[in-house]
Design a protein around this ligand. Structure first.
Ligand SMILES: Nc1ncnc2c1ncn2[C@@H]1O[C@H](COP(=O)(O)OP(=O)(O)OP(=O)(O)O)[C@@H](O)[C@H]1O
Length: 240
């Protein structure tokens, strides 16, 4: 089932700039980014190192504040939120997946996921989240007993177990070889398709862009190009 609805924006960003200042040095990380992400959309953010992708993702995720411009998540204006409102927003609405999995080594896969489900408002069962990423048989394994791709899938299960409306992924396959990377992309695609979770995925790997509904190419703190994929490919067909 495809739950994508291009008439309903989940995020709306208008002319977002971000300037980092340290001493006399200013870095213009974002120079006016505007975009909308829609309900159920899978978006890929591409672009060279330093082009502003992570900065933008972090602002959408409430981990960082824009210098100017507005960002809305549904009716909530993130750019007008206090720190504590952003904390609540992150906790209730956003799942994050980063390049490094940050699992707790002394806890099993199931326990790593249950850390989140214990404090979430309406979580799924940790076992259900692990099943969605194809790790039903490995729930009682510790991180050291899992491959890199399996550990990343535990991190994805942890991110989706609270049933977030959006999943923000910063280089989720950056540390993985093609085979394990494809398993991770399959898990993300499945969650997007079956749960309708709006997903934004940063990657350096241009081959991955074809799994997305739309591709935003960043360059020098701006979006240089937005492309719609008329036909999408399956993760298994991604060339690394
Ligand atoms: N906390 C910070 N303090 C100062 N400068 C920063 C900070 N975070 C990012 N920058 C700078 O902002 C610019 C954009 O960085 P950003 O991480 O958003 O790019 P990116 O496209 O995600 O790059 P990469 O693909 O290498 O992760 C870069 O010049 C970076 O050095």
């Amino acid at each position: 089932m495809n739950k994508q609805d291009m008439t309903k924006p989940v995020f709306s960003a208008q002319d977002v700039t971000k300037v980092y200042r340290s001493g006399d040095v200013e870095v213009h990380a974002l120079r006016g980014v505007s975009l909308e992400l829609f309900e159920g959309e899978m978006a890929v953010l591409l672009g060279p190192s330093g082009s502003g992708k992570s900065t933008f993702l972090n602002i959408m995720g409430g981990l960082d504040q824009a210098t100017r411009g507005t960002v809305r998540f549904r009716d909530l204006e993130l750019t007008a939120c206090s720190e504590s409102q952003l904390t609540r927003y992150r906790r209730n609405h956003v799942g994050f997946v980063f390049q490094f999995y940050n699992l707790i080594p002394s806890l099993t896969a199931w326990e790593n996921v249950s850390l989140v489900t214990e404090i979430a408002r309406d979580p799924m069962d940790p076992g259900e989240a692990l099943e969605l990423v194809g790790l039903k048989e490995r729930m009682q394994h510790f991180p050291a007993q899992l491959s890199g791709g399996e550990q990343q899938r535990v991190a994805i299960a942890r991110a989706i177990a609270k049933k977030p409306e959006v999943l923000l992924c910063d280089e989720p396959t950056g540390a993985l070889d093609s085979k394990t990377g494809i398993f991770v992309l399959e898990a993300l695609s499945r969650i997007n398709r079956e749960l309708g979770t709006t997903t934004a995925l940063i990657t350096h790997n241009a081959g991955i862009q074809r799994i997305a509904h739309r591709v935003f190419s960043f360059l020098d703190g701006r979006i240089a190009e937005t492309r719609v994929n008329e036909t999408r490919i399956e993760p298994a067909d991604v060339t690394w």
